[in-house]
Design a protein. Structure first.
Length: 86
């Protein structure tokens, strides 16, 4: 039977000195990443910083998108006014 390597056994190799690994912080960049992202129904939308200033929360984004969707519906030839896009 073949001997398992330290990595396969869940151990670090001798050349890795954990005392030199300092300052690791779990979730260090989470707030920064979450500030520019919206996760809805497992679909990711990244809002650019200049738009995030104009639309600071999801309510503002949704309101603007609904206005845009209504305008697209009204301008679409051959569709009923109440027709849904998509």
């Amino acid at each position: 039977m073949k001997k398992k390597s330290p990595v396969e056994q869940g151990q670090l190799r001798r050349e890795y000195d954990l005392s030199k690994l300092r300052g690791g912080v779990r979730g260090k960049y989470y707030d920064r990443a979450a500030a520019g992202m919206n996760i809805a129904e497992k679909k990711l939308a990244l809002i650019e910083p200049d738009l995030a200033i104009l639309f600071p929360n999801s309510e503002a984004v949704n309101r603007a998108l609904r206005v845009l969707a209504d305008a697209a519906r009204a301008a679409a030839p051959g569709r009923h006014r109440g027709a849904r896009l998509g």
